[in-house]
Design a protein around this ligand. Structure first.
Ligand code: B12
Ligand code: SF4
Ligand code: SF4
Length: 254
């Protein structure tokens, strides 16, 4: 399987799985995905152990799976319905709350199905997010889906910290590590923030002022999400900084 085969596999799941739907509110959660491929031996993975990038607790692909050769990273862009519902007001739209919670359940299913597909063809595969060693220390996980996507050629970070892909930033990422050698996706950027124009549109979108010209304060964002969790349990989310902004649907200026 190559990157096109993996994209077709995930596209089928997006179009056919009932988990990509919230029938009680008539919602399709995601549109068709993007897939990027990285070599498990890309030196950038080891650099993520540096304290200013992720930290020493970060585990590289071969630490997750000693036989690892490749990392498959994908972006599931939210459907226009999820995005547009979140345009108005300071509180998250019902569609966004479903996108966060039911949407991550679908993302978990995609990770599991990818692992099963590779294993059914005799390969080895592992989704770090489903491994017993997966943990988050001070809001930094030992496997970062966005850094994986960056290394896999899917896009770069933005001022508000979202990863901006060719299909924008409003959506979710997943990844699996496999023992097959697959041609990596070329990175069309060199800088961590190349896809962000620093237009500042995400700054006033944040209801709690977590984003400034200097970047995002993760603790302010996190406290707000905790409040939202109490109010909308069992769902939560916000994502105002990913909707009604220049990088919502594409890399701005392209
Ligand atoms: C913990 C967490 C949070 C924390 C904050 C995390 C953080 N540190 O930013 C809180 C609770 C605040 C949070 C909030 C949200 N989250 Co969140 N979160 C995570 C989680 C579980 C781990 C993130 C992590 O470990 N980050 C690691 C740190 C180090 O990242 P960082 O600080 O941004 O990295 C910087 C440095 O590395 C620096 N840097 C310095 N030198 C260098 C050199 C190089 C080479 C590189 C690459 C970088 C670099 O650049 C980076 C950007 O500034 C991930 C899932 C996962 N396991 O990946 C989801 C995830 C990041 N969240 C996501 C989402 C959608 C959200 C929310 C919108 C909530 C919602 N769903 O409504 C908000 C806001 C997101 C935003 N704008 O960033 C998505 C991101 C989607 C996207 N397009 O980017 C993720 C990837 C989940 C997923 N499966 O898709 N989240
Ligand atoms: S809205 Fe503008 S400044 Fe904010 S992340 Fe997107 S491109 Fe960057
Ligand atoms: S998710 Fe909401 S609270 Fe967090 S930075 Fe984005 S707009 Fe602000």
């Amino acid at each position: 399987m190559d990157s096109k085969d993996f994209a077709a596999f995930i596209t089928d799941l997006v179009n056919e799985s009932p988990l990509n739907r919230a029938p009680e509110i008539g919602l399709v959660i995601y549109s068709n995905p993007l897939v990027g491929i990285a070599s498990a031996h890309d030196p950038l993975f080891t650099r993520l152990k540096e304290p200013e990038i992720v930290g020493s607790h970060y585990l590289t692909p071969t630490e997750w799976l000693p036989e690892a050769e490749t990392v498959i990273s994908y972006f599931l862009p939210y459907s226009p319905e999820v995005r547009q519902a979140n345009y108005n007001g300071d509180l998250p739209a019902r569609e966004w709350l479903y996108g966060r919670v039911e949407g991550e359940a679908f993302n978990d299913a995609v990770r599991r199905m990818l692992v099963a597909e590779v294993q059914s063809k005799g390969g080895l595969a592992l989704a770090p997010l489903h491994d017993a060693r997966y943990k988050t220390v001070k809001k930094r996980s030992n496997w970062s889906e966005r850094h994986t996507a960056y290394i896999s050629g899917l896009g770069t970070f933005g001022l508000g910290k979202s990863l901006i892909t060719e299909l924008g930033c409003a959506g979710r990422f997943g990844s699996v590590v496999v023992n097959w050698k697959i041609e990596p996706t070329p990175r069309t950027y060199t800088g961590v923030y190349d896809n962000c124009t620093m237009c500042g549109e995400c700054i006033p979108r944040c209801p709690v002022g977590a984003i400034t010209v200097n970047g995002k304060d993760i603790w302010t964002c996190s406290r707000y999400l905790d409040e939202i969790k109490v109010r909308y349990a069992p769902r939560y989310g916000c994502g105002k900084c990913q909707t009604a902004v220049a990088c919502e649907y594409s890399v701005p200026g392209r």
